[in-house]
Write a new protein. Structure first.
Length: 230
DNA sequence: AGATAGGATCAGGGAGATTC
DNA sequence: GAATCTCCCTGATCCTATCT
């Protein structure tokens, strides 16, 4: 059984873990970035963020774990953006989005059934930490991962916005230039959100939530037995 | 056990705002 | 100006607690 420390993390910890995971795969592609932004080799933080692409590293050089003070990423000229190896061509992205939309449209959840605990945690985390106005491709992704219809996911966000309007929203753009409205915490973690990045965050968040709830249920079952043996 | 009330959630429609 | 999005309102449904 996994220890509680391993599964009980804040949502931003999940995002930060993801950023570290992606570090290895992006390190090669970002190696041409201005290295003057890196902390000095002697810095205790430099090892923690070693290999992390600079867009995930704060101005202090630390990995963006619940990050604040993220250094603005060096602007990449538009003509260069499309040539970056980790960005999918637009046509491929369109096909991918259509596939996901078809999958989401095929989901038939029970009418008016309330979201379960796992779905609620994931949705709330997205709402509180990433965005209260997810664009349609992200709604589709959530519908697929959480097995709710697109309509239900849309309505959940609409209703939640009605109930709690607190919190800041900042304007941003996707890697393809599409308009986004994100939470400040999301832009501090990553300035250039994409469908792929959001999908990975969503998958990990969903997995970890499931594991945590599983662990908590097991604990609840074990506790009475432990008390009896005392 | 069945009836009832109240709160929470889901979903649809209309009106106004925004974007292209 | 048309299309799209968001907000607001409303009704339906589900769940739980309480009463008879």
């Amino acid at each position: 059984m996994t220890s509680p420390q391993a599964v009980c993390q804040t949502p931003l910890d999940v995002l930060a873990d993801l950023a570290i995971q992606r570090a290895a795969s992006f390190a090669v592609y970002d190696s041409h970035d201005d290295s003057s932004h890196s902390p000095p080799p002697s810095s205790p933080l430099s090892s923690a963020s070693a290999g992390l692409p600079k867009r995930y590293i704060t101005s202090s050089g630390s990995a963006a774990c619940g990050a604040h003070h993220l250094r603005p990423r060096k602007k990449v000229p538009k003509s260069h953006q499309s040539s970056r190896l980790h960005l999918k061509p637009k046509q491929e992205l369109k096909i991918r989005r259509k596939e996901l939309m078809d999958r989401a449209c095929a989901i038939k959840s029970l009418e008016n059934s309330p979201v379960n605990e796992q779905q609620l945690v994931v949705l709330k985390t997205i709402y509180n930490e990433i965005t209260m106005y997810p664009p349609e491709p992200w709604l589709v992704l959530m519908a697929c991962v959480l097995h709710r219809s697109l309509r239900q996911i849309k309505n959940w966000f609409s209703n939640t916005r009605q109930k709690n309007r607190w919190g800041d929203v900042v304007c941003a753009r996707t890697d393809l230039g599409e308009r986004l409205r994100l939470r400040p915490s999301a832009t501090e973690l990553c300035e250039l959100w994409s469908d792929d990045f959001f999908e990975e965050v969503l998958m990990i968040l969903s997995y970890r939530t499931a594991r945590r709830l599983q662990w908590e249920r097991a604990e609840a079952v074990n506790k009475p037995a432990t008390l009896q043996s005392c």
